[in-house]
Design a binder for this molecule. Sequence first.
Ligand SMILES: Cc1ncc(COP(=O)(O)O)c(C=O)c1O
Length: 443
Amino acid sequence: MVVIQNNNQQGSSLLSKMATNNGHGEESPYFDGWKAYDSDPYHPTQNPNGVIQMGLAENELCFDLIPEWVVNNPKASICTAEGAKDFKDIAIYQDYHGLPEFRNAVAKFMGKVRGDRVRFEPDRVVMSGGATGAHEMLAFCLADPGDALFGTHTILSRNVVANYDSYGCRFGRDLKWRTGAQLVPVVCKSSNNFKVTRAALETALEGAKEANINVKGLLITNPSNPLGTVLDRDTMRTLVSFINENNIHLVCDEIYSATVFNQPDFISIAETIEEEKQCNRDLIHIVYSLSKDMGFPGFRVGIVYSYNDAVVSCARKMSSFGLVSTQTQRLIASMLLDDNLIQKFMSESAKRLAKRHELFTKGLAEVGIDSLKSNAGLFIWMDLRRMLKDPTEEAEMALWRKIVHEVKLNVSPGSSFHCSEPGWFRVLSWPNSLTDLCSIIFG
Ligand SMILES: Cc1ncc(COP(=O)(O)O)c(C=O)c1O
């Protein structure tokens, strides 16, 4: 990522307030770590003292399974002798509903990832530019400027109503920046392993009401980023009854659903509402993408799957702003419809994720570092509270700067996820020699 520093105040003043309000969050530690990595990237021979990237949740574990498939399926691309005759059909304008085979393939894949316990209707699949675009699309459909969604992904803040501009986390950008919606964090604590409780939800909602904020929905990530945990059945039921009682939407970001590598199983909202028959389905929406489960963030395949017909219709009109290119749809449809490839990919991915998670957490434990027990995701929620000079965000940032600039590891401080307890860090689990890595960090 190349960042152009804009020191030209005059230039900025010519732009809209919305464009220049720092809603993107590029000034946050999350992006500072990226910049440190970009300017000095680690390379085993050319730059062995460079910064190692452990802040970017990218799943590169199973890429070795893909090239053979690409070679054996030349028709999936228009850039091959076998696919070239379709070049024109793919290059011209397409229906912005998406290719039927693409929507069928995505719906089938979403079902497969959930153990075929639920079915998804291709007609409810709406395309967007990654999950990033899907979140913005839903915020636009559900909230007017000033309305709030409250979220458990960004677990937390000292204030009930956070000023996300100053924190600039991912969801601040995705949901707030261009829609004018607000985000209100739900405070979860380490004392109960950051579980989402009804009391925490009620406190957040009450706080928003007291601040005269109109809350339109609840946003969860399940499996959780940054925790790497899945929500249990009781919690899912609590969420469903809570949003129904308060007549607010439930947006479930399930983009890590195929990264679950151990028990307990992942329970999708799609399964929960099958059991909770009284649930008003018009309130339920899923955000999905292939960025994590397949490790394809570059393809920008994002999905809104809504049970609300009006949302499907509105989101579809919006999808013109972030369509997945037709060539990508064609390639992805062929891949996702290949049962052998997907079966092998899913089981191998879970095995490899489990292995690197085990190695990493054991390595941390050997050097006396705890982490939250987790069974999903690409990262570990590491507890470095003992290493802080004092329990403040400033101390967390001081430790983080040491880790990035002296130890040369880009990890993500808890404050960039709005964690209310300083000292937690999200670190990507890594397939390299973990013993060596731990000695680099803590030796
Ligand atoms: C929970 C969550 N949602 C959405 C996204 C954005 O995904 P995409 O690359 O598909 O836009 C991320 C990426 O890190 C994420 O962790």
